[in-house]
Design a protein around this ligand. Structure first.
Ligand SMILES: [Ca+2]
Ligand SMILES: [Ca+2]
Length: 318
């Protein structure tokens, strides 16, 4: 455990998946390193890999021997759990044991409604016993939900257990149940101890297409992050005071209300439509009937949808 105050660190890196290693120095000796994979860059509704870089730099693998392969659906490369032959079984295990070879696509995606995962595959696994399982996580990999499973019985082209480029088949898997969530996907080959074939080959992995409409918009520079209402200026005043406020997004309708110290509503001022950004309302110190309010403390409330923000304004006698 680290003592003292927490610290933060900001780095600038190209969009992609990075492995971070953190260690300390104790008594002049470096401690063991802790490591984690983190994605750097803006998260959008689209992610894709055709493996034509010849590497799988955006993938985190666990088990198996995941790597690129020339047995491709298109181009020069695809991705497989077993580039040099048979997939891994549950070596020497008792009957019923299972072992997993997992490849997680480390690019998180924010899913709009109607999202799909599309890819090309050959799944040469023992029918009914070993499976090519596609899973989705909406909690950064903490838990996974199965969205599809295949084995060599799923397509006649896979029945001989031998992978060749003509055996690729397209898969399109709906991700609708995960709309509005940030997800990761992974490919998990699950095997028992018997009968290994050529394994799982995937290519042209794509979550949505590049023209998808993001469900979270990125704020333009200068747009406030949240709704704010600033203290009035001047304060105290002789009646006329300026109330500045910031809207994180455009609003059709916002409203100011002025209450006196007894809680009576003295003035209502509707405004809008207003663009996202900074705005102000100048209160002239008068009530709804146009009469000057007296000296005293007033509570000025800004209402935006269900949000209510309040500032105190002191009015001096004229
Ligand atoms: Ca390819
Ligand atoms: Ca098996």
């Amino acid at each position: 455990a680290l003592s003292g105050s927490p610290s933060s660190y900001m780095d600038h890196a190209a969009r992609g998946l990075y492995r971070w290693e953190v260690s300390g120095v104790r008594g002049g000796t470096e401690t063991a390193r802790a490591s984690a994979f983190e994605f750097a860059g803006r998260v959008t509704c689209w992610a894709a890999d055709d493996f034509e870089s010849g590497a799988a730099a955006n993938w985190i693998t666990d088990g198996g021997s995941w790597g690129t392969t020339p047995i491709a659906a298109s181009g020069t490369f695809a991705f497989t759990d077993s580039p040099i032959g048979l997939y891994s079984g549950c070596a020497g295990g008792a009957s019923g044991c299972t072992v997993n070879s997992i490849a997680t696509f480390g690019v998180p995606v924010m899913l709009p409604p109607g999202s799909t995962l599309d890819y090309d595959q050959i799944c040469d696994t023992e029918q009914g016993f070993d499976f090519c399982i596609v899973e989705v996580s909406a909690d950064h990999g903490g838990s996974w939900s199965e969205v599809a499973r295949f084995d060599m019985g799923s397509d006649p082209a896979w029945a001989n257990g031998v992978a060749d480029p003509t055996a690729y088949r397209h898969a399109s898997i709906g991700l609708g149940p995960f709309a509005y969530q940030m997800v990761l996907i992974r490919f998990r080959l699950q095997s028992d101890e018997l009968l290994q074939y050529d394994g799982w080959f995937v290519d042209n992995v794509q979550i949505n297409d590049a023209s998808c409409t993001p469900v979270v918009s990125v704020r333009p520079p200068g747009t406030p992050a949240s709704l704010r209402m600033l203290p009035p200026h001047p304060n105290p005043s002789h009646g006329t005071a300026l109330f500045a406020f910031e809207l994180p997004r455009a609003e059709q309708h916002v409203e100011f209300k002025v209450f006196d110290a007894l809680g009576r509503e003295r003035r209502t001022q509707p405004m809008g439509p207003l663009a996202a950004g900074s705005h102000e309302w100048q209160w002239n110190g008068r009530d709804d009937a146009g009469r000057s309010v007296g000296a005293g403390v007033y509570f000025v409330r800004l209402e935006v949808r269900s949000a209510k923000l309040m500032q105190k304004a002191f009015v001096l006698g004229r």
